[in-house]
Design a protein. Structure first.
Length: 561
């Protein structure tokens, strides 16, 4: 599934763009941007925005910038910049030469602020952050003007210059827009534009000791870059009047801000602050832990960029917040991996089987399909020997009525090999440690020449050719669908203690040693897996991406009946 194959549904954003093109609002131009803050790793919610912004630009023959909103040096790091660049590229998008930073525009923003001061639309305030909050008012009560609101233009210019030169301590002075402390929208009640902050910036170092607030920087960045449609998540809807006010008062190029509902996903969290908390407290093993909804975590788990793009396309764009089932994301992943992944056999819980009527020294090469969904890819060779490993769960000594796999006296099909009958069970301390059996030599390929039917097929690996692997089984990170929606309860209380199970000494086909980190494949009957980057020449580490069971598809099918 290539990115070009995704068919986007018409949504309200595309309807706005269609109307703008029809009216020649921006001379036919379409220019979007993806503006992440480099204060954490990107997650699946950002992927939705990435796909939307870059997707619209591609669909309409326009442009999309990658722009870092680096206005808070206390939380931003180069590590996050590099990870974001890697994630956007991995998802399949290219900003060409349009990589920008808010810090590129610090001088221009400063000059724009001087323009507002000169026009009487901004003033330097001495109130503390707490005092500003207390005088802001509420939804039902108006705010109170600052006693410093009526400073002269000259005094404000002088104080703002001194703020820039480092004459004041952090929090001692701020620059505020002069709008209306009685405005029904609290964002319009003289919002802060600049604060004094003596902190080293990851790019500008110590050049600046005043930093712009996001609401001030946002529209200026869009204007400077000639963005046509500034697509934001819904929490910025109440900030749009301020976005417009700044641009109108400066009388500069004015893009259009449009808001859409952010992505919420069940059984996970979508807050960078909370994700950082999990990382710092070591509840997970870093930002790329496969249990996290981060793009780097999903990449390490084995999700494909195509499946994430398909997921983002199918959930669509809405104006109302909602929660998407995690199962639907897994359905999209499973659907793509089923089409593209090679097949191998691996045994997670090995139980040895000795075939008594097979010669000890014999090693037979059998053919197995690489991918049944793509017969043109051909076959691979697997080794069959006297001693095999099967899954412990594929044998029961005293099976229930509907258990059709291996038991004493029963015949099963060994995938791609022969029909096997179990003849003996070896136990030690009441634990089954070994099975003996015989094969039908005439059933090579797994089918008897007399046409007798066998109800069950099981997978296996050769004991003499298999290699050991550590396999990590990942599950939901939380035990409840909405871990942040529980009143008066810390979301970490809902962490799933069984979210990671590590299996040692699993037995897998030797070909897997040749795969590279992040390569994806299917273990037949078990699910989709990928090679973990911790793999080296001595240790093979494998992550389970998703199991074979598609609960979402079953729900969809039931709904049709």
């Amino acid at each position: 599934m290539a990115i070009d194959d995704l068919t986007e549904k018409k949504d309200f954003i595309r309807e706005i763009i269609d109307e703008d093109i029809k009216n020649n609002t921006y001379q036919g131009r379409i220019h979007t941007r993806f503006p992440p803050e480099p204060n954490g790793y990107l997650h699946i919610g950002h992927a939705k925005s990435i796909c939307l912004n870059f997707g619209i630009a591609k669909e309409y023959g326009g442009l999309c910038n990658l722009r870092f909103d680096d206005t808070n040096p206390t939380k931003e790091e180069d590590e996050y910049v590099h990870s974001i660049i890697e994630d956007v590229r991995w998802l399949g998008f290219d900003w060409e030469d349009r990589l920008f930073f808010a810090s590129d525009y610090f001088q221009q923003m400063y000059e724009y602020a001087i323009q507002l001061i000169q026009a009487g639309y901004a003033y330097v305030d001495d109130l503390s952050a707490k005092e500003i909050s207390e005088t802001r008012g509420t939804i039902t009560q108006p705010g109170t003007n600052s006693p410093y609101r009526n400073r002269s233009v000259d005094e404000n210019l002088s104080l703002f210059q001194k703020m820039k030169e480092g004459a004041f301590l952090d929090g001692e002075k701020v620059l505020r827009a002069k709008i209306d402390m009685n405005h029904p929208n609290l964002n319009m009640r003289d919002p802060v534009m600049y604060r004094v902050l003596h902190a080293t910036h990851h790019r500008t170092k110590d050049t600046w000791c005043i930093y712009p607030m996001y609401d001030w920087a946002h529209g200026l960045e869009d204007s400077i870059e000639n963005i046509t449609h500034s697509i934001c998540t819904l929490e910025f809807e109440n900030h749009r009047p301020l976005y417009d006010w700044f641009l109108d008062k400066l009388q500069i190029y004015h893009p259009q801000q449009i808001e859409f509902a952010r992505l919420n996903l069940s059984y996970t969290i979508m807050s960078k602050r909370m994700l950082l908390n999990l990382v710092q407290l070591h509840h997970v093993n870093g930002w790329d832990d496969p249990r996290l909804p981060t793009i780097s975590g999903m990449r390490r788990r084995g999700y494909s960029p195509e499946s994430i793009r398909a997921f983002c396309s199918r959930i669509g764009v809405a104006k109302v917040n909602s929660t998407v089932d995690f199962e639907f994301l897994e359905h999209c992943v499973r659907e793509h991996l089923n089409q593209t992944c090679p097949r191998y056999m691996g045994v997670l819980h090995p139980l040895k089987v000795i075939i008594d009527n097979y010669q000890e020294e014999t090693t037979e090469e059998l053919e197995a399909m690489i991918n049944p969904e793509r017969p043109e890819e051909g076959t691979r060779n697997i080794h069959f020997t006297k001693e095999l490993y099967i899954e412990k769960t594929d044998f029961m000594k005293d099976p229930p009525k509907k258990f059709f796999r291996l038991t004493l006296g029963r015949e099963v099909r060994l995938r791609y090999a022969y029909l096997l009958t179990c003849t003996d069970v070896i136990e030690e301390n009441d634990e089954i440690v070994e099975l003996h059996g015989t094969i039908d030599p005439a059933s090579k390929g797994g089918y008897a020449p007399d046409g007798r039917k066998v109800k069950s097929t099981i997978h296996w690996v050769s004991a003499s050719n298999a290699v050991d692997a550590e396999i990590r089984l990942y599950d939901r990170l939380f035990t409840v669908k909405e871990p942040t929606g529980q009143k008066d309860t810390d979301f970490k209380e809902f962490l799933n203690p069984a979210s990671l199970e590590i299996l040692q000494s699993c037995k897998v086909e030797p070909t897997l040693k040749q795969l590279k980190p992040f390569e994806r494949f299917q273990f037949e009957r078990l699910g989709y897996f990928c090679i973990d980057p911790e793999t080296n020449k001595d240790d093979l580490v494998i992550n389970r991406t998703v199991n074979l069971k598609d609960t979402w598809a079953k729900v969809q099918d039931q709904g049709k009946n």
